[in-house]
Design a protein around this ligand. Structure first.
Ligand code: GDP
Ligand code: MG
Length: 435
């Protein structure tokens, strides 16, 4: 009942309370948007549950701008999911520091290795690139070409064992006074034991400061299996999401963090050497929220739901269903909104109805006392209030029968007014609908 009225008032104020249904409608939109962005469905489920719980807290529902609050919570939870704070490259104190890249074939390791080298060079490091992918003859050539473009030396030893190449690379860095070694390793098209074994062997031999897994942002649902397998086998420190310039909608990024707990450190978005950026969870969250225009989806979901409820409430009111319980709730609402005159003037046509007369707000308390002395039936069906009932109520409330009569008169006037206004509102809505 009080929900019913609150529905109307929120409509009249064009802001106000949200119901659980409103939130559910918004959450449905969010769920769809995330699934369309290829976020793993388990991740979506957990995310929506957490977000919904926060949205249902009373202060969110009752606030003046609930849709904005819902959006803020979604943004907040997205940021949390992506890692809250920025994760930086950790090079430690050892010289040379060793960075090792792992990942599936074609994920973008070799490209990322060169970009990382370029970035470090910009920061006054002197990196050495090491070609430890021995299975594809062209791999070392590719790295050498990229190294040439950015002016970074590449160490290669065709035909040797990957662990040996990595060791030799570190020695080469020591000999040539370089402070960072970036090891580009081999990948396979699918997760397999031999690839993991080789990565583990290089890890054992070199104890890298940073093991970064390169993840193709367009991997889709399979990303969960891929990163889990690597997390278990090599326990990497962070992720480089590559190919973010493609049609990637951020789904992979959202899943990675939730599934492995490992931070995303960089995003790579292009083939140019300078297209590697640090990853900022908050910016990414905004980007995801902007995608498919999720903000307006949420707003629309909330608004449509409210409009529907308002229409239903207006209908019930127009049918003359106002009870004395509604009347109490209305009075309380009016007080919350800061007085009856303000309330009436805010209604369509309310200015005219109010005229210049002010309403005594102390009378609102007195009304409530009287209504509280009525039985349930009397409140629901005021027309049964005959003379003997009225004098019983007067005695119970400690007021005169005249005062009870005045209250009932006022109630009947309000009922008429509400009827008129809701009819007016319906007309307006009808006009809007036809456009
Ligand atoms: P690897 O097998 O893991 O070493 O992957 P590569 O570095 O050889 O990259 C595979 C393909 O993806 C190459 O054609 C790259 O040019 C391309 N690539 C890598 N990173 C990006 C990126 O961030 N954006 C785009 N558009 N293409 C990329
Ligand atoms: Mg490669």
């Amino acid at each position: 009942l009080s929900n019913r009225l609150q529905g109307i008032f929120s409509g009249l104020r064009s802001k106000g309370r949200l119901t659980e249904e409103d939130i559910n409608a918004a959450m449905r939109e969010i769920r769809m948007a995330l699934l369309e962005a290829d976020v793993n469905f388990k991740v979506v489920k957990a995310f929506v549950a957490r977000t919904k719980e926060r949205c249902l807290e009373a202060d969110v529902l009752d606030s003046l701008t609930p849709a904005q609050n819902v959006i803020k919570i979604v943004l907040d939870e997205l940021t949390e999911l992506l890692g809250r704070s920025d994760a930086k490259l950790e090079l430690g104190n050892r010289i040379p520091a060793v960075i090792m890249l792992v990942g599936l074939q074609g994920s973008g390791k070799t490209t990322a290795a060169a970009k990382l080298a370029y970035r470090l060079k910009q920061q006054n490091h002197s990196p050495l690139l090491v070609a430890a992918d021995v299975y594809r003859p062209a791999a070392a050539d590719q790295l050498q070409t990229l190294g040439g473009e950015i002016g970074v030396k590449v160490y290669r030893h065709d035909g040797a064992d990957p662990v040996d190449i990595a060791r030799e690379g570190v020695q080469e860095a020591i000999d040539s006074l370089r402070d960072v070694v970036i090891i580009d390793t081999a990948g396979r098209l699918h997760v397999d034991e031999a690839m993991m074994e080789e990565a583990r062997a290089i890890k054992e031999a070199l104890q890298p400061e940073e093991i970064l897994m390169v993840v193709d942002a367009m991997t889709g649902q399979d990303v969960v299996n891929v990163v889990s397998a690597f997390a278990e086998a090599v326990d990497f420190d962070g992720v480089i999401m590559s190919k973010m310039d493609g049609d990637a909608r951020g789904g992979g990024a959202l899943s990675v963090r939730e599934v492995t707990g490992k931070p995303i450190k960089f995003i790579s978005s292009g083939e140019k050497p300078d297209s590697l950026e640090e990853f900022h969870p908050d910016r990414m969250a905004k980007r995801i929220l902007g995608m498919g225009d999720m903000v307006s989806l949420i707003e629309n979901a909330v608004r449509l739901q409210q409009e529907q409820e308002e229409a239903e409430e207006a209908e019930a009111m127009a049918a003359g269903n106002l009870t004395l319980d509604d009347f109490i709730t209305m009075n309380r609402q009016i007080r919350k909104m800061g007085g009856i005159s303000k309330f009436i003037s805010a209604l369509p046509g309310g200015d005219k109805a109010l005229g210049s007369g002010q309403v005594d707000e102390g009378a609102l308390d007195a009304m409530e006392v009287i209504i509280n002395s009525m039985t349930k039936e009397e409140r629901a069906r005021p027309e049964v209030l005959n003379g003997s009932r009225r004098s019983r109520i007067a005695r119970g409330a400690g007021v005169s029968v005249t005062e009870v009569n005045q209250l009932i008169k006022k109630f009947n006037e309000t009922k008429k007014m509400v009827k008129k206004m809701t009819a007016g509102m319906e007309q307006q809505m009808g006009r809007k609908g036809k456009k």
